[in-house]
Structure formats: structure tokens, C-alpha cells
Design a protein around this ligand. Sequence first.
Ligand code: GRG
Ligand code: 1GP
Ligand code: MG
Length: 256
Amino acid sequence: MTMSLLNQLVENKKVNRKSLAILIDPDKVEDSSSLIQTIHLCTENKVDFLFVGGSLITNDNFSKVISIIKSNTNIPVLIFPGNNIQIDSNADAILLLSLISGRNPDFLIGQHVLAAPILKKSKLEIIPMGYMLVNSGPATSASYMSNTTPIPSDKPTIAACTAMAGEMLGLRTIYLDAGSGAQKAIPQKIISTVSRSISVPLVVGGGLNSISKVGLALEAGADMVVIGNALENDYSLLIEASDKINSMNATLDIHQ
Ligand SMILES: CC(C)=CCC/C(C)=C/CC/C(C)=C/CC/C(C)=C/COP(=O)(O)OP(=O)(O)O
Ligand SMILES: O=P(O)(O)OC[C@@H](O)CO
Ligand SMILES: [Mg+2]
């Protein structure tokens, strides 16, 4: 029997194995041939996970994108939903985000109540996730659309206590997100403090638009990094990030 994706994340964390996720925003997919090109590049570069979702989706691409991905690669597809209409049972799993950095009940539990019966009938693996937005400069789509205030980027203790509370409530993963297209990525101090305070896998993303920022996030304690916007015009970061992660993981293999 194959291991669940959540178990894979937990097992990877136990041995400090890092992973790379690429975010595909269905709103920004213009044609299937460029999507297929991106998917092939992800496969060639051993991307671990493909996230699909957006704060706002203005076209009917969501299911199409998932189906094209599933027909072109074996990389697991994880829905990264901005709301409860982003559910498609062709994906492998859904990141069931509860927006614990905010105080908007709709994004803490309301959307989930609406989604629960649909998720129950689907064969999607559910990955419960504490989702934390951290301030990164101008408002991001996720903080605006969720009507929540992100955690101040110079308050690592607030971030750590929020993540700890999420873990204590039973959330199985934590996602620290500066927001897509963030001007400033999550500071290392926030990542390292959160990482030391929890034992569940830690995902970090938002504004990771250079290999140095990707490296800083991984070195500070991210178990998985997510890259989205930076790939929309230039694929070089995908190759660099994948090389970086493979070389970090290769040193682990030597020591095992
Ligand atoms: C219960 C279900 C199914 C969903 C819960 C939904 C929750 C709680 C969402 C958290 C808040 C939120 C709006 C998250 C958005 C996450 C996301 C998909 C970000 C991707 O980037 P965009 O924010 O779309 O960035 P761009 O503006 O660059 O397109
Ligand atoms: O698009 P970017 O800035 O890479 O962010 C990806 C993801 O973390 C957003 O939720
Ligand atoms: Mg979007």
C-alpha cells in the first residue's frame, strides 16, 4: 500500500528531507501547451508536489488544470484552496487550510462546514493545515480576500504561539505564507522560531523569487518551500531550487 501524502511529509521531516512544491494558479494558465511544458519541467526537475489554487478564480480552468496535470505527470496534485468551491476529486489531496493567523470565523471553520459533506464523498486525502499569513508589505490577495490581518513580520513569538496552538488543536501541518507575489518573503527569524516550536511539517512560501530566498527559508527550518509567481515568466528558479534541495537531501543520504 502506498503511504499517504501526509505520512510522506511526516516521514520526510523525521529525516530532515526537504521538498519542493510548485503552485499553479488556474487563473494564470493561458493555454494547455504552456501548462504541459511547465508540468514536464516539474517532472524533469523532480518537483515533489504540485499545488493548484488561488484566492480568486475568475475562469473555469480549475478542473481542467487538474485534469491536464493528472494526465501528464505522476507528481501528486494538492488543492490549495482559496475557498470552498475549489474542490475537485481528480486531485490527490486537499490542504484543508484553517486560517489561524486571522480572526475571521468563515476562514477558520465556516468554509470547512460547507466543504465537509463534499469532501466526505470524495476520495481526496485530507491534509489538515494551520495556515498563517505573515505581513510582507502591501496587502496580498489572500489577506484581502480573507479579510484578515497578517501576523506582523517582526513578531516571531506571536507566530510561534499561533503555530503551537494550531498543532495543539490537532492540525497536522503548518503553512507560513507571506502571500503570493509578496514583496518580502517570510523572515528567517519567524521561520526558525516557528520551526523550533512545533513538530509537524512546516511549509513556507510567498515571495520566494530568488535562489537565495529559497535557501534562507530552507536553512531557517522550512520542510517544504512553495514557489508560484516567480515561475510565470522564467523557469530558471525551478531548476535552481530543485538542485539546491537535491543537494541538501543528498548529504542526508550519505549520513543515513
Ligand atoms: C474549506 C476549504 C475547501 C477551503 C478553506 C479556504 C481557506 C480557509 C483559505 C484561506 C485563505 C485564502 C484566501 C487562501 C488563499 C491561498 C491561495 C490559494 C493563495 C494563492 O495565491 P493567490 O492569493 O491567488 O495569489 P495571486 O494574487 O498571485 O493570484
Ligand atoms: O507566488 P509566490 O509568491 O511564489 O507564493 C506562492 C504561495 O506561497 C502563495 O500562497
Ligand atoms: Mg491567484
